[in-house]
Design a protein around this ligand. Structure first.
Ligand SMILES: O=C(O)CCC(=O)C(=O)O
Ligand SMILES: [Fe+2]
Length: 296
């Protein structure tokens, strides 16, 4: 386990990234193992199950059985003839360069390398509030031999419960009084009228639906706007960045070093994350990614 942030490095033992169900095949879990997996996820924010071998459809089937069938996107699915069918399914996204090494330049700018939370689809769904338990599973079939700066390839996570606990009590109190609009990413890409953008208001200090713990909910730099800053977009972005930098300085980062066959689960109600760079002209990454709202 790599913990990157210097603060508290020596005594810090992250609750994130715990390995669960060693030796189990996710396709053959008992009800009690399924329950154990979910309890561990709520308790730890990020968990990993190792040595799995699944097709995309099997990953989908597992997600439905464990969390329910509320997934976003995937409506216009058709098989890509240039990729093996077993890594494709309606709701599974393929991350990386599954068709082989890229030509220049190495791995294009990739939004997921910026710190963010993944509840992009939630503001569009009337029946959900921002506190919905949106879980993402990332199953890595092929891992680049090298990541950033000669280090192993990783995905990074930030514990937002820890982040809240690390703030000064006066700052905690101040944040308790502030809510932000959360919007889907299209908000930043298109010049839409404010009234036409799906959005949901959520307090910065959020209470987890299952554990009852307080943590921060920040969303993403370009799609979270504090109430009252609707017409001041630049100010809103600056506010978010300042808050996020304060959080980042005080909260250790858990860096998951990928091995083929790992499935990471993260609970977007309590962690932020970011993908990291790898040279896609030299190395290959194949990851299957699925997001689901827990309705069980
Ligand atoms: O590429 C990664 O490791 C993270 C991707 C990501 O942010 C996501 O799948 O939501
Ligand atoms: Fe993400």
């Amino acid at each position: 386990m790599i913990i990157k942030n210097p603060l508290k490095q020596t005594q810090y033992k992250s609750r994130l990234g715990m390995e669960v169900l060693p030796g189990c095949n996710l396709l053959h879990l008992t009800d009690s193992q399924r329950h154990e997996l979910k309890q561990s996820l709520w308790e730890h924010g990020v968990i990993v199950v190792k040595n799995q071998q699944l097709t995309a459809s099997e990953l989908e089937e597992f997600a439905i059985k464990t969390f329910g069938n509320l997934m976003f996107g995937g409506n216009s699915f058709s098989l890509d003839p240039d990729l093996p069918p077993d890594i494709q399914s309606q709701y599974t996204a393929i991350l990386g360069n599954p068709k082989g090494f890229d030509q220049e330049p190495p791995e294009k700018i990739y939004g997921a390398r910026v710190w963010h939370q993944d509840k992009d689809g939630v503001p569009r769904r009337e029946e959900l509030d921002m506190n919905a338990l949106y879980v993402v599973m990332l199953y890595t079939i092929k891992v680049p031999e090298e990541g950033e700066n000669g280090q192993p390839h990783t995905t990074e996570y930030l514990d937002l419960v820890e982040a809240y606990n690390n703030l000064d009590p006066s700052y905690q109190k101040e944040l308790e009084g502030i809510s932000m609009y959360q919007m889907p990413p299209m908000f930043d890409r298109q010049n839409l009228d404010w009234d036409d953008v799906p959005k949901k208001v959520h307090p910065i200090v959020s209470t987890h639906k299952v554990t009852g713990q307080k943590g921060l909910y920040l969303g993403s730099w370009n799609t979270a706007i504090p109430l009252g800053m609707e017409d001041k977009r630049e100010e809103a972005k600056q506010y978010w960045q300042d808050l996020f930098q304060t959080v980042l300085k005080r909260t250790p980062v858990y860096s998951h070093v990928w091995e083929p066959g790992d499935i990471i689960f993260w609970d977007n109600s309590q962690v932020m994350h970011r993908g990291t760079f790898y040279d896609s002209t030299k190395y290959q990454r194949i990851g299957l990614r699925l997001g689901v709202v827990d309705c069980q």
